[in-house]
Ligand binder design. Sequence first.
Ligand SMILES: Nc1ncnc2c1ncn2[C@@H]1O[C@H](COP(=O)(O)OP(=O)(O)O)[C@@H](O)[C@H]1O
Ligand SMILES: [Mg+2]
Length: 295
Amino acid sequence: MSADYIRLSEHINEAKDLTSLGEAFVNCLNGGTSEEERKQLLELIKEKIKQLKKTDKELLATSRKSMHSEQLAAMGQMAAAISHELKNPLSGIRVAADYLIRKVKNQPDVLDIINNINNEVAFANSIIANILEHAKVTKPDFQPTNLKQLIEEAILTVAQHGWFNNIEIKKNIPNNLPRVELDKIQIRQVFMNLFINSAEAMVGGGVLEIGISQEAQTVQIQIGDTGVGIEEEKLEKIFEPFFSTKVKGIGLGLAITKEIIEKHDGEIEVKSKPTKGAIFIIELPISRKNSKENG
Ligand SMILES: Nc1ncnc2c1ncn2[C@@H]1O[C@H](COP(=O)(O)OP(=O)(O)O)[C@@H](O)[C@H]1O
Ligand SMILES: [Mg+2]
């Protein structure tokens, strides 16, 4: 049995534990238990959430060491299945905590604890949402696409979420680009992953520069920022699943990005130096006829 498998089964046990905790919670609420018992339950739940976070971190650490991108799909499915399992017990805790908030309105110390629980549940949920969202890369649905428009859409979506608040965006995109055969949803995801990474690398503000140039049979897309940059020894790791230098990072954005680009028979590379920003360069075949797969 592999170490990964053992870690995964711990996760599943965790989900079962959480379910019984949730049930205990509901029983407690129905049975009108004493305040002491309620406090004990709250403590138990806090403890469980701590454990859940710890197991999650451990799983990420183990995975980081042993995963390669070929395993991404299988890993993604498992992660998605586990995440899915964890959703119900977490929402059980959430419902019970919300009920308790109404019950203990005039006990600020208890309210603090319950609010903590809710914050931790929200954090666990955000991890799950992220894993589910990124877990799977399907076969691209190639459609002739206006790349300029697709980039505008991605910029808009990211901006609407407040990522570009103190970031200047410079675009150098020719108007006469040919339509590029690509999967709109996947490539939009690629742009969003890269834009958000850039925004996260420029917390105090900066410039995001997006340029497209056309070769005979390919387009080259450059996305550059003036952010913190990447140390040399990390450059080769950033595309690995679960590699992240961020406190709340999952480390799947670039792994998925690379997989999407490869499914399009394209290439992605990065150039960066610490404190000097980063440039991601993507090359995509314009037409399927010219792609490596078909040509
Ligand atoms: N534009 C960028 N500038 C600096 N570092 C970056 C940039 N994009 C990615 N990185 C590095 O690559 C890591 C992996 O990125 P990603 O796969 O998107 O995961 P996450 O964003 O969850 O950390 C980041 O944690 C960061 O260290
Ligand atoms: Mg990211």
